[in-house]
Design a protein. Structure first.
Length: 208
């Protein structure tokens, strides 16, 4: 007979060596339970280059977002609101709420809530003049244009500050890698990269 497991997988109670049922909750102690910690091979999985790169990319984005958020404190606008305004301003029309959600990595409901707050602030509006009358496009109001103009320089300086620890000659190869990564993921999701991220003038990589 296999040795009885003393730690209950249901409540975590430490039971007597001879116990068959948990003294705390009555759970069958012979039932299989998940391991207390990840197996060693799972930790090695986290060190695979692709997995490690994805983890570090997420970490870098999180702390960069916090730094930009810190630098914009006192401007009266959040990073999410500013990103939404700048995307609507710079992307080729028509920009729909669904496309904005892709850019901001938000689900449709969260993106709709953000757009609603920008509408309440009179910074953005939805316009129903597309061939599909059920669809709407987004555009900035005069107030939204003014807000974007007011905070644009602090926003650009904050983004530049994120990268000022890396020499320009090292940044450009990173941009190339990130573009390949972005476009590959978009294609796997069924999007055409040029339709999603056709934003502004050519990148510095293309100009070099």
């Amino acid at each position: 007979m296999p040795a009885t497991i003393r730690i209950c997988c249901a409540c975590g109670a430490d039971n007597r060596p001879i116990a068959r049922l948990c003294d705390q909750c009555g759970m069958d102690l012979s039932a299989r339970r998940p391991p207390d910690r990840l197996p060693r091979e799972r930790f090695s999985d986290l060190q695979q280059p692709g997995v490690l790169a994805a983890r570090i990319l997420n970490q870098a984005y999180s702390v960069a977002f916090r730094l930009i958020e810190n630098r914009l404190r006192g401007t009266g606008i959040s990073v999410a609101q500013l990103r939404a305004l700048s995307i609507v301003k710079l992307m080729p029309a028509p920009l729909t709420p669904g496309l904005l959600a892709v850019h901001l990595a938000l689900d449709a409901r969260t993106a709709s809530d953000l757009i609603g707050r920008l509408e309440q602030a009179s910074w953005m509006r939805r316009v129903k003049d597309l061939p599909d009358r059920r669809a709407s496009r987004l555009e900035l109001t005069e107030q939204g244009e003014a807000v974007l103009a007011r905070v644009w320089d602090p926003y650009v300086h904050a983004m530049d500050e994120v990268w000022n620890c890396v020499p320009r000659e090292d940044v450009l190869p990173v941009i190339e890698v990130l573009i390949r990564l972005r476009d590959s993921c978009l294609e796997r999701l069924g999007y055409a990269p040029n339709e999603i991220f056709a934003l502004g003038p050519p990148s510095p990589v293309a100009e070099e």
